[in-house]
Design a protein around this ligand. Sequence first.
Ligand code: ADP
Length: 266
Amino acid sequence: MPTTETKQEQKTGIIADIALEAKNFSMYYSNFKAVKNVSMAFPKNDVTALIGPSGCGKSTFLRSLNRMNDIIPGTRMEGEILLDGNNILDPTVDVVELRRQIGMVWQRPNPFEKSVFDNVAYGPKYQGIRNKKKLEEIVEESLRKAALWDEVKDRLHTSAKALSGGQQQRLCIARSIAIKPRILLLDEPTSALDPISTMKIEELVVELKKEYTIIIVTHNMQQAARISSYTAFFLMGDLIEYDQTNNMFLSPSKQETSDYIAGRFG
Ligand code: ADP
């Protein structure tokens, strides 16, 4: 009879191609341990959902994956997060380059107070691309990948703030894509959106996984079930269960997961 840990390892051990891996990772706000000794691997070109009740450490963990927590005073991290075998927590890591490779889209759409075009061109320009034709190509390609091109191609030079909330969120995805990341971190990207905009983002995420590894925090379990291949369930900073999404929702191995999925708390 395998122990629970062995069963868990067997299940997650089927991830053949790993994009990013946390090993015994913990994260503190001063003395408060918000993420506790988490070990999990994220599959390449696939969608992994992080679920759990509010305050269980999902966003904190997500922000750790591209060192976004560094900007919060008093934070401390332990353990390892491996990208191509290198620990991204190492103080010598160039966090600007890390965040180019691991992009982030936030809960509320946050386009810059610039035109649609300039929002998407911002990153490539920052990287030194000045050629107008090249920038136009990148902007079109990124907007197409974000399923927004047809809606904005005639208004590229109007303010991004004039777009609807759903369009602004797809613009933020286009802005992330423009600098050619490998991994996209999405922090509840549809929580401020209406159902139709939510559906478009979900369809987009499923499409984008062909090219990118996607890690999404969602409080919406149906959303996790619809778009992710793997789901991790967190509770008070602990990773309670990590499994293929179907297994997790149909036959969770832990009582806490079962209670959460059944809506008994959270
Ligand atoms: P979730 O994304 O699951 O809602 P969070 O990662 O936002 O959870 O929060 C995890 C815990 O860390 C919570 O107890 C929260 O109050 C705490 N926390 C989050 N951000 C900060 C911060 N900037 N400073 C101190 N504590 C924080």
